[in-house]
Ligand binder design. Structure first.
Ligand code: SF4
Length: 219
């Protein structure tokens, strides 16, 4: 019998079909979006990205020299715009100094991950989203939806650290960036539509057959 990690994936894919992630047009947009999406909904990021696109500023070299006030104004819809503007500009400067995306694309995955994690404002989830969706590296992204789903089914003890949760998936799945890309997107959809923080919709959820276990305060 296939590992539960693969069974969950196949169940979600059969229920929802391919999700076509990441919702961005270029690796540059993925990277900018991964930073801007922290603590906000994607719709707000899309507005900020639209502002940058219209001014042809989805370009790390241009962003690294942009006036702070203008960058703040352009990304304002994504919230926390002062902090995010500082972080985005810093990231753009680092990428530009590394020779742009061409300078990073040949870096081994673990080294690239460490390089990203050293940048202010980039934690494991953002770094792994960039590795997976901008650089097509087989790195499994863990987020709050994934932790909630896993916790409610008793697949992972709560609380579980990022690395432990990532290993739970990675150790039982082929290291395939297409698979990881799709799997993360499917988990996000499940979390948004069914596995909500309160009153999860288990009866209609594709994962109902996997026997959820609830802690009383999550119902
Ligand atoms: S069956 Fe319930 S607990 Fe499991 S993922 Fe769906 S909504 Fe969440």
């Amino acid at each position: 019998m296939a590992a539960i990690q693969l069974q969950v994936y196949e169940t979600l894919l059969a229920a929802f079909g391919p999700q076509g992630w990441w919702p961005a047009e270029t690796p540059e947009e993925v990277i900018i979006g991964a930073l801007l999406t922290q603590n906000t909904a994607w719709d707000n990021v899309e507005k900020a990205l639209g502002n940058l696109r219209r001014r042809r500023l989805v370009d790390f070299e241009k962003l690294s020299g942009l006036r702070d006030e203008l960058l703040e104004e352009l990304i304002r819809p994504s919230g926390y715009f002062r902090q995010k503007s500082r972080r985005l500009k810093n990231l753009a400067i680092k990428i530009t100094s590394a020779g742009g995306l061409r300078g990073l694309v040949g870096m081994p995955t673990l080294r690239l991950r460490d390089w990203l994690l050293e940048i202010n404002g980039i934690g494991p989830e953002t770094a792994d989203s960039i590795l997976l969706y901008a650089f097509a590296r087989p790195v499994f992204v863990i987020d709050a939806y994934t932790l909630r789903i896993c916790g409610r089914h008793g697949w992972l003890p709560e609380p579980t650290g990022y690395n432990e949760a990532q290993a739970w998936f990675s150790d039982k799945l082929p290291a395939d960036s297409d698979l990881f890309n799709e799997y993360h997107a499917l988990l996000v959809r499940t979390g948004k539509e069914f596995c909500r923080p309160r009153r999860p919709a288990c009866c209609s959820c594709p994962l109902a057959g996997f026997t959820p276990i609830f802690a009383p305060d999550t119902i």
